[in-house]
Design a binder for this molecule. Structure first.
Ligand code: CMC
Length: 439
């Protein structure tokens, strides 16, 4: 792999000002895959101009070796490995190791990593009491933001971000404790006792066990559902510089501790344009209710004056298909077969909606395809996971991506505090007017 990005090409930039033109050379950097980038770091110093890119549609914010997406071809690679191969052959903790360390583990490394993660799943007992401060009907994502942020108040011994050992301990703690916190948020909403993690279960089994068992009777985890859960976690583990990951990097760029940064990532993930979409898809399907109402909703999605969007459709980067959606659709059928769900009206509705949208000119021309969230909600619902927990699951999975990206940023020698500028369009300087002189 080419470690140093190449900079052989240049771009020429001409600033035309009152008829006079000034020309500047800008270096062009090539990565190992993907589009070249024009290096504008010296642009302001040399020209006095900023670049302007709301939504960062043309901006690369960092160098990264973790995840690559080719949106035109529908390719997603974690450390070079295609997502479908990982979903088919690997398991979530192996993928966590890969994302964190850059290589697939040997057997010995895998066993040690699994052991270390499993032995960090339990939470400080005091956190149980912290939960009691929330209302029982709080949205579990609100609880997640609060509890994960509070971890820095419980684990003081892993906050020294310049120490690689502290960083790794904090990363392991976050990956390990996230399912425990998520399951506790669910149990709290039901008023059921918290279920402590079990070290003899795998990561996805343990999660299902903490979510669905009670102290009153034995609970056996269904292996097909555990495998499906593992796959869902793999598919959501990382996704390059998306909104929540960029939030984690930006929060971390000031030197904030990792628990605070991940809490910031959770807050960003919550929005319906990002991780909140899986919850929104199910709510939308329920609202549509029957096949004959699909055209009405398609019409609304196309109407510029209506804020309604077809949830689970479209993606900033994928303009062909979302490779995660394909695996998710297959997993969806496996889960429904295992559970003996022959007739799932929401799945029928989703398939019909997908068919109609994919034949519609508006969606074809704008290259709007189903994304990962389109089918995940149906699987999660069939597994008995309530809608309000869908985005929480996404957060559990994405934690490894966030911590891998956060570690990569801290280790990057060119790392600086993230500090964008702006195009100011407010008032120019004006004098303060005393109250009695205002109209
Ligand atoms: N339904 C109807 N129209 C849409 C949709 C949609 N779901 N998505 C995009 N468009 C239209 C949009 O109105 C715009 O039209 P025009 O060019 O005429 O103004 C055009 O397509 C381009 O959309 P955009 O909003 O400029 O694209 P974006 O890259 O800023 O937004 C997105 C990407 C995912 C936020 C958007 O497609 C969306 O809101 N989708 C629904 C929410 C969703 O499913 N989100 C989950 C994303 S995948 C999980 C994750 O990574 O978090």
């Amino acid at each position: 792999m080419n470690d140093k990005p190449s900079t052989e090409k240049t771009a020429t930039y001409t600033l035309t000002d009152n008829g006079t033109g000034r020309t500047f050379e800008l270096p062009v950097i090539q990565g190992t895959c993907g589009p070249d980038v024009i290096d504008v770091r010296k642009l302001y110093a040399e020209t006095g101009c900023f670049t302007y890119d709301p939504g960062y549609t043309s901006t690369g914010s960092c160098e990264s070796k973790i995840t690559f997406i080719d949106g035109e071809e529908g390719i997603l690679l974690y450390r070079g490995y295609p997502i479908d191969e990982l979903a088919e052959n690997s398991d979530f903790l192996e993928v966590c190791y890969l994302l964190l360390y850059g290589e697939l583990p040997t057997l010995e490394q895998k066993q040690k990593f699994e052991h270390d993660i499993i032995y960090h799943t339990m939470l400080h007992e005091q956190i149980n009491y912290f939960f009691r401060g929330f209302r029982r009907d709080s949205h579990p994502m609100a609880v997640m933001c609060g509890v994960v942020g509070a971890l820095s108040a419980f684990y003081h011994d892993s906050l020294e971000i310049s120490d690689p050992k502290h960083r790794m301990v904090a990363s392991y703690r976050l990956i390990a404790k996230m399912p425990t916190i998520a399951a506790m948020a669910y149990k709290f909403s039901l008023g059921q006792p918290f279920v402590y993690p079990r070290n003899d279960l795998s990561y996805p089994e343990n999660f299902l066990y903490m979510m669905f068992s009670t102290p009153c009777e034995p609970y056996k985890v269904n292996p097909v559902l555990a495998r499906a859960m593992d796959r869902i976690l793999i598919l959501h583990a990382d996704h390059e510089q998306n909104a929540s990951t960029s939030t984690v990097r930006l929060a971390g760029s000031s030197g904030a501790n990792p628990f605070a940064c991940i809490a910031a990532g959770i807050a960003s993930l919550w929005g319906p344009a990002h991780g909140g979409a899986n919850e929104a898809v199910l709510n939308m399907l329920q609202e549509i209710g029957s096949r004959d109402r699909i055209p009405e909703y398609i019409k609304r999605a196309k109407d510029k004056d209506d804020p309604f969007r077809l949830m689970g459709f479209g993606h900033r980067v994928y303009k062909n298909f979302d490779p995660r959606a394909k695996v998710m659709e297959k997993t969806c059928h496996e889960v429904l077969d295992e559970l003996g769900v022959r007739d799932e009206p929401l799945l029928d509705l989703a398939i019909e909606l997908e068919r109609i949208a994919l034949e519609d000119d508006y969606f074809v021309q704008k290259k709007l395809y189903p994304n990962v969230d389109f089918y995940s909600g149906i699987i999660l619902r069939a597994m008995g996971i309530p809608t309000s927990m869908f985005t929480v699951l996404f957060a559990v999975a994405r934690t490894v991506g966030w911590v891998a990206q956060w570690n990569e940023m801290i280790e990057d020698p060119s790392q600086k505090i993230g500090r964008p500028r702006q195009l100011y369009i407010g008032h120019t300087k004006r004098r303060y007017k005393p109250l009695h002189k205002r109209d």
